[in-house]
Design a protein around this ligand. Structure first.
Ligand code: FEO
Length: 170
């Protein structure tokens, strides 16, 4: 496997693993706030990020590279509120998208067209995740300080979490 591509893929492994940890921390915090639907949604989202990481690890190893399992820093344990959580989530996803786009650039520069093809799955995934985070943030802003609205929002997110199915790695 091209060494520059391998290094970039391993950096992406770390980013997906960090995303999983970050969302796990958000899920845990939401659980302590009685936001059960939000918590369930975020636990599921954390699992999805782990799946993104595993998919990369398998690809690197199958292509003759060596996947590196990263050490991770401790994510922040508390948040100012639900808007803070989803704003941080969106900001984080925007940085992940930048990193995926950078990977696409490297694949093209190194003429690694099979990795380029593989990484297109992540390009589409990022579009979906950014759109979802924006939709959720818009809803939170609409709710404002309406407690009844927050209750319904939390219940809706629980249903959204049930719909997300983490596919098998292979
Ligand atoms: Fe795997 Fe949400 O980026």
């Amino acid at each position: 496997m091209n060494k520059r591509v391998e290094k970039a893929l391993n950096e992406q492994v770390e980013k997906e693993a960090s995303s999983s940890q970050f969302y796990l921390s958000m899920a845990s915090w939401a659980e302590t706030q009685g936001l059960n639907g939000t918590s369930k949604f975020l636990y599921t989202h954390s699992d999805e990020e782990r799946f993104h990481m595993l998919k990369l690890i398998k690809f690197i190893n199958e292509r003759g590279g060596v996947a590196v399992v990263p050490g991770l820093s401790v994510p922040k344990p508390t948040f100012k509120g639900i808007e803070d959580v989803f704003q941080l989530l969106l900001d984080h996803e925007l940085r992940v998208t930048e990193s995926i786009n950078n990977l696409v650039d490297i694949c093209l520069q190194e003429k690694d067209y099979s990795t380029h093809n593989f990484i297109q799955w992540y390009v589409s995934e990022q579009l979906e995740e950014e759109a979802l985070a924006r939709t959720i943030l818009d809803k939170i802003k609409l709710i404002g300080s309406d407690k009844g609205g927050l209750y319904l929002f939390d219940r809706d997110l629980e249903n959204a979490a049930i719909k997300i199915d983490t596919p098998p790695v292979n």
